[in-house]
Design a protein around this ligand. Structure first.
Ligand code: NZQ
Ligand code: ZN
Length: 384
């Protein structure tokens, strides 16, 4: 097992009506920025719940954080936060709103160009504290320090990460996910599945506990994901998916093991160039990446096949093929298409995708750093 340090500072408030716990956790003399997205929270009761617990607190609302949050929008929020001397951000939404809150929190007191936080890993001082109310289980953003920001102007989607911007608390009420459109339920399950894969499907380092954590989350997503589409009002199904998605990327399962993340990095270019949903990009890239990297990943692909999909018969090569197909079939069963052509992107676009990877310095990806631009091209060609 590799060396590691582990600390997760987010207090999880899980279950029905846990929003009531928020008021007691706000700082004294709080001046809260209530940050949210396109307004879905106004149709499902969450907005009313949040304004209820913020009763008597100084609140500045900022609405309109987009899916794949836009740098320009977040910079407007930074200005509003400065103008109103906000000292706490309450982010209510999915990964985009929570990621947006992290960027705003870091940028508010930053004196240079905040874009440098994303592209140059620029150091920033003490950020504003953040609380999260999660409405879409997917990214794990509610209890990690990662933030991904999109900039249409330059067709770039870039990330930064710091413990300092990790939410101090996160409300996870499964009831808040009942109103999700099927497409977002699917996206969330696929994203969480791929988060586990990025930290599991590398090479063995004799870390059986991490493997079992990972396989437990994958098995739960494979069994509960389709149920969330078939019986959307089932609280227990929603609860199990919600907790799985948080556990998939709160840092725990990736400790002491190698990590990949190439699927995510290649996927980010597909969102930056063609505005695909984050999970759609992962469903396109992962099966082809598994195929191209099958020799490096053979031991773990075989283990995934056996322990998660029950594939135990046949030669290794055959079992690896079947496991890749099982992953692809799972994404399709979750109604997320797995080919570039399903999204009107064809082989002629691959040059642009590879050029963007180069522009963003994504030239040695994966657990061995061996996914160079030629290999990325091979993966994308296979996914066409
Ligand atoms: O804008 P609103 O009205 O909130 O509607 C959203 C949005 O249209 C809607 N939605 C969310 N909760 C809902 C709801 N609609 C009805 N009922 C609810 N309860 O769903 C749409 C998508 O929301 P979004 O926040 O964009 O989705 P998601 O949580 O999948 O976040 C995706 C973003 O997170 C980044 C992605 O790159 C992408 O930008 N990621 C962040 C990570 C992290 N912080 O660790 C890791 C991930 O790999 C990922 O990169
Ligand atoms: Zn993801």
């Amino acid at each position: 097992m590799l060396n590691f340090t582990f600390k997760n500072r987010t207090e999880i408030l899980f279950g029905k009506d846990q929003i009531q716990e928020v008021a007691a956790r706000l700082p004294e003399n709080a001046k809260v920025m209530f940050l949210y997205g396109g307004g879905s929270i106004k149709n499902n009761g969450i907005y009313a719940d949040v304004t209820g617990v913020l009763n008597g607190v100084v609140v500045t609302e900022f609405a309109g954080v987009e899916p794949n949050p836009e740098f320009e929008t977040l910079m407007k929020a930074v200005q509003v936060a400065r103008d109103n001397e906000v000292n706490f951000i309450l982010a209510v939404g999915g990964g985009s709103v929570i990621d947006g809150a992290k960027f705003i929190a870091a940028a508010v007191n930053f004196t240079g160009d905040p874009w440098d936080i994303l592209v140059k890993d620029a150091e920033f001082g003490e950020p504003l504290p953040i609380g999260a109310v999660l409405t879409l289980p997917a990214t794990g953003s509610e209890s990690n320090g990662n933030s991904v920001v999109n900039r249409k102007e330059t067709a770039q989607k870039r990330a930064f990460g710091s413990d300092k911007v990790q939410p101090v608390f996160a409300v996870l009420d499964p009831q808040y996910t009942f109103s999700l459109p099927a497409r977002q339920v699917s996206n969330g399950v696929v994203d969480a599945f791929v988060h586990v894969i990025e930290q599991y499907l590398t090479y063995p380092v004799n870390a059986p506990l991490q493997d079992r954590f990972a396989e437990g989350i994958l098995q739960t997503l494979v069994s509960e994901g389709p149920k969330a589409l078939a019986t959307p009002q089932d609280y227990d199904v929603r609860a199990n998916i919600m907790w799985s998605a948080t556990m998939a990327l709160n840092g725990l399962i990736g400790k002491g093991v190698p990590q990949d993340w190439a699927t995510h990095m290649i996927g980010h270019e597909l969102t930056a160039l063609y505005s695909l949903d984050h999970a759609q990009t992962l469903a396109i890239v992962l099966p082809s990446l598994m195929f191209v990297q099958r020799d490096h990943k053979s031991a773990k692909i075989l283990q995934l096949g056996e322990r998660v999909f029950g594939i135990t018969e046949g030669e290794d090569a055959k079992r690896i093929d079947l496991t890749i197909k099982a992953v692809q079939d799972f994404f399709e069963a979750m109604q997320v298409n797995t080919r570039l052509s399903d999204y009107q992107i064809d082989k002629s676009n691959i040059n642009d995708i590879v050029a963007n990877l180069e522009k963003n310095g994504m030239t040695s990806l994966g657990e061995h750093g061996d996914i160079d631009l030629a290999k990325a091209r091979e993966i994308l060609t296979l996914a066409a």
